[in-house]
Design a binder for this molecule. Structure first.
Ligand code: CP
Length: 351
């Protein structure tokens, strides 16, 4: 298993950071802060175990103790793209730990006037930000921000690259709903098959899950039409296969993760949505016939009537609301991890 620093070097080599404006070469990069989370590949199995454990502890902690953990620490949310779940849950998470939060969005800030990611990050740091949570349409942007500021940066979704906190909250949801209580290890999800269906090509959620879940013993089946699921996707990790027939993919699954068709990223791609719906929609007839016991997941936002029907989204197999709820616990753990010290409660040993 690579160390954190080795993983980060491999991320640096793999991802070509893209920013609205390039970083001037005169600015020497600084080391990535150890509290950052840029990719699931930054995390060892032990890191995953400790984040899940911390999420459990924080969720059940009394609010007074929890509020003292990061009292008045400053967390900036820098969102260059729209978000409902990720932004709100990171904000609630930071506030639940006592931190002060400030939101900077592209539409109402100097980003609109052309300020670069680097200058925005340095400005936030000068204003006292101790941690930046970044959503960006540019793959690799969190890596660039972490290098430019030296602050802990949490990737809240970067382009078509990754959404690591989503993969962690999805993992927590699966563990809870499948009743998996064992030690977090390479065998945690042995015997569990997760079918991920839809626009895999553009999905940072699919990418983070496909990179994380097989490391914990799961089998991942990717499903979708060729334009949205290139054969190369099977190379995201071990134990990943491609099944174009959705019914067959459903029959193998204990967990079905449906993905939105990302119309905003489909430019130039010929996709017949009627045909797509006929072949790949999760509807009640199909789920009853081919996956009557599987958990139904969706990272959101859902387009009801396209990739999923309301009957399935709101049905008894759906755990979509639990995914959203788990976002707060996981993101509390990530913000706490980013900002360091733990309050001694007598229960925890500290990081
Ligand atoms: N899952 C997710 O990233 O949702 P939002 O875009 O609403 O944050």
């Amino acid at each position: 298993m690579p160390t954190l620093n080795e993983s980060r070097k491999s991320v640096a080599a793999r991802v070509k950071p893209v920013s609205p404006l390039p970083v001037p070469s005169s600015v020497p990069p600084v080391a990535i802060h150890a509290g950052s989370l840029l990719s699931v590949s930054d995390l060892s199995i032990e890191d995953v175990a400790s984040i899940l454990k911390l999420a459990d502890e924080l969720e059940s902690e009394d609010t007074v103790t929890r509020d003292a953990r990061l009292f008045k620490r400053r967390v900036s949310l820098l969102f260059y793209e729209s978000s409902t779940r990720t932004r709100t849950s990171f904000e609630l998470a930071a506030k639940a730990l006592g931190a002060d939060t400030s939101l900077v969005s592209a539409q109402s800030s100097s980003i609109e006037k052309g300020e670069s990611l680097k200058d925005t990050g340095i400005t936030l740091r000068a204003l006292g930000a101790e941690c930046i949570i970044l959503r960006s349409p540019f793959s690799g942007a969190p890596y660039l921000l972490a290098q430019a500021t030296g602050l802990p940066v949490l990737n809240a979704g970067d382009g078509m690259h990754e959404h690591p906190s989503q993969a962690l909250l999805d993992l927590r949801t699966m563990k809870q709903k499948l009743g998996i209580t064992g030690k977090v290890s390479e065998k945690l999800l042995e015997g569990v098959t997760i079918t991920i269906c839809g626009d895999i090509f553009h999905s940072r959620v699919a990418r983070s899950n496909a990179m994380l879940l097989p490391r914990l013993g799961a089998r991942v089946v990717l499903c979708g039409p060729a334009p949205l699921l290139p054969e190369a996707a099977a190379g995201l990790g071990t134990n990943i296969s491609i099944e174009r027939d959705f019914d067959k993919a459903l029959e193998q699954a204990q967990v079905v993760m449906m993905l939105r068709i990302q119309k905003e990223r489909l430019a130039g791609m010929a996709l017949d949505l009627g045909e797509y719906t006929a072949r790949y929609q999760a509807n009640s007839e199909r789920i009853a016939a081919h996956a009557p016991k599987a958990l139904i997941m969706h990272p959101g936002p859902m387009i009801r009537g396209l990739e999923i029907t309301s009957e399935v989204a709101d049905g008894p197999q759906s755990v979509i609301e639990e995914q959203v709820r788990n976002g707060v616990a996981i993101r509390m753990a990530l913000v706490q991890r980013a900002l360091g010290e733990r309050v001694k409660t007598g229960k925890g040993k500290g990081r």
